[in-house]
Design a protein around this ligand. Structure first.
Ligand SMILES: Nc1ncnc2c1ncn2[C@@H]1O[C@H](COP(=O)(O)OP(=O)(O)OP(=O)(O)O)[C@@H](O)[C@H]1O
Length: 250
């Protein structure tokens, strides 16, 4: 059984100011296996965030189905969906909301505290993650005392600390310089090798080249798909750049 299965997913938005319906997703079908690392690329407005929001149960499809571990997401009540999100999903989104009244360490630990994780486990989970993201020195400081890139790394640590089965990342490196991007992508690779599944929306060919598989979305449809396979990093990056160019032209 696939971890995630989307069948003929369609999402329309009615616009308040217009009689026209926006067909954000027209007919999307694909499967995700446990341990996959998938990048989703596409022009602005092609439907990437809409797709991620449906998988996150933050929105419902107009038609079609989404199943996770064989469970149809449409059958979940609001409470069950909230529980599913907290237990199974980690969100690494650009608009990180860190709490300025908590120091960085408490911000990262918050999801574990909410899950009532036993206190001895808190530090055991925190320390390796803080080390990989080079946050150890910043733990006692407050979010407003660190840089934007550091804040984003803290938000990523908070999303990853529960070891979610699926990580949903929307432009996780969008606001990061190359040093911070590299740290985050290296961590994504490590946790993927350890078995966590990642779906990452990105505009960056370099970020996408860390994924094993890339879906190119155009006008609400999957336009093209590529796999890393046995290619070298250079060959893969070239293939991504060519595919992205095709997306604009095709
Ligand atoms: N809540 C909404 N109401 C109306 N239209 C929407 C809504 N959300 C998205 N859309 C429209 O759906 C289409 C897809 O938007 P989406 O945000 O999924 O694109 P995207 O590929 O993530 O773009 P970007 O790369 O710019 O973030 C766009 O035409 C957008 O204007």
């Amino acid at each position: 059984m696939s971890l995630l299965e989307l069948k003929h997913v369609k999402k329309n938005f009615e616009q308040a100011e217009s009689i026209e319906t926006v067909e954000a997703l027209k007919d999307i079908s694909f499967e995700v296996q446990e341990g996959d690392y998938i990048a989703i690329m596409g022009e602005s407005g092609s439907g990437k965030s809409t797709l991620l929001n449906l998988i996150a149960t933050l929105d419902q499809p107009t038609s079609g189905s989404l199943q996770i571990n064989g469970q149809n997401l449409a059958d979940l009540s609001e409470n069950q969906a909230a529980l599913y999100r907290r237990k199974n999903l980690g969100f690494v989104f650009q608009n990180f909301n860190l709490l300025n009244t908590f120091n960085n360490q408490d911000n990262i630990l918050l999801p574990l505290v909410l899950n009532k994780t036993p206190v001895p486990q808190l530090q055991q989970r925190l320390m390796p993650l803080a080390k990989s993201l080079k946050l150890t020195e910043l733990l006692k400081r407050y979010p407003y005392e660190v840089s934007g890139g550091q804040r984003q790394r803290i938000a990523a640590a908070r999303a990853l600390i529960t070891k979610p089965q699926i990580i949903l990342a929307d432009e996780p490196t969008g606001a990061l310089d190359s040093y911070n991007s590299e740290l985050l992508l290296r961590l994504f690779e490590q946790i993927n090798q350890a078995g966590q599944t990642i779906l990452m929306v990105t505009h960056s060919a370099l970020a996408a080249s860390h994924a094993k598989r890339i879906l190119f979305i155009k006008d609400g449809l999957i336009f093209h798909e590529i796999f890393r396979g046995e290619q070298t990093s250079e060959q893969y990056l070239q293939q991504i750049t060519n595919s992205a160019a095709l997306l604009v032209r095709g």
